[in-house]
Design a protein around this ligand. Structure first.
Ligand code: NDP
Length: 274
């Protein structure tokens, strides 16, 4: 596994295994710089969303970076409000326009909005078949949401992007996804920094001469997940991708697995209010 590691999705599209998340990165210089630094450091996947209100800065950074568009994997997401108001297509075209791209690499349903996600999927399938999106997937879907989707779906989602970190290892959802050929992508992979002083992780970090953040990211990669740490700091952006020159042993992997407490730090797909 090296910096060019990819995961092959169920439609044969390859997604880089490590990318940059930009949730809470401010539109303008903050997001622009983060994306430019990330691409310079070797990132080729950027994960944004209409709801993050920074797609324009992501698009500008991608245009300015000197790497051809087709070498950068761009993900954005269909927002809940657009589903509730039946403005799925408008939402999609707004994202495309803000990003200033002609196609998306990956488009995701952001949350399983009840009564809306099944028809939203149909619309995304149409856009996919029209060649405007290379792959379509979901976020925050529990197995029952995917079961419902699959009753009428033409295409299986390629990926399920879920909250996933050592305190929330999501074994059940991951096993379900792997049986159906759905890749797992970890959001809040660093639990937003909350676990970085955990003694088990800092001790492993010392052993490997790495940081606790790098230990966690490596744990995700060795599980086969796609991982999208967010930072707006250049040094952290660089160090978060510097995780391909060491490996965790099986016992270290087990020891991190054992930290699971099924603790969420953000909304639950069964009760979300956004
Ligand atoms: P992360 O787990 O990636 O943590 C980000 C936080 O950790 C920031 O506060 C960042 O601070 C800090 N940080 C990052 N790297 C380091 C480091 N090396 N050392 C110390 N602190 C560090 O959380 P996110 O919630 O942002 O998740 C990642 C991405 O997942 C999002 O940006 C978004 O793209 C996606 N996401 C998707 C969701 C969905 O519903 N589909 C929901 C939430 C996130 P700083 O920026 O100051 O460096």
């Amino acid at each position: 596994m090296d910096i060019s590691a990819t995961v092959t999705l169920n439609n044969q599209v390859k997604i880089p295994q490590l990318g940059l998340g930009v949730y809470k990165s401010l539109d303008g210089e903050e997001t622009y710089n983060a994306v430019r630094w990330a691409i310079e450091a070797g990132y080729r996947l950027i994960d944004t969303a209409k709801a993050y209100k920074n797609e324009a800065s992501v698009g500008r950074a991608i245009r300015d970076c000197g790497i051809p568009r087709e070498k950068i994997f761009v993900t954005t997401k269909l927002w809940n409000g657009d589903m509730r108001e039946d403005k799925q297509e408008e939402g999609f075209y707004e994202s495309l326009k803000k990003l200033g791209v002609e196609y998306l690499d990956l488009y995701l349903i952001h949350w399983p909005v009840k009564e809306k996600y099944v028809e939203s999927w149909k619309i995304m399938e149409r856009l996919y078949k029209a060649g405007l999106i290379r792959a379509i997937g979901v976020c925050n879907f529990n197995p029952h949401h995917i079961d419902t989707l699959m009753e009428t779906a033409e295409f299986t989602p390629v990926i399920n992007q879920i909250e996933l970190h050592p305190f929330l290892s999501q074994v059940e959802v991951s096993d379900y996804c792997s049986k159906r050929g759905i890749a797992v992508e970890a959001w809040s992979p660093l639990a937003r920094g909350r676990l970085l002083d955990h003694p088990r992780l800092t001790s492993m970090a010392e052993d490997h001469k790495k940081t606790a953040a790098q230990i966690i990211l490596r744990w995700h990669l060795q599980h086969g997940s796609v991982v999208i740490p967010k930072s707006t700091h250049k040094d952290r952006i660089i160090s978060n991708i510097d995780v391909f020159d060491f490996a965790l042993s099986e016992s270290e992997m087990d020891s991190i697995n054992a930290l699971n407490q099924n603790t969420r730090f953000d909304q639950d797909p069964e009760t979300f209010t956004c």
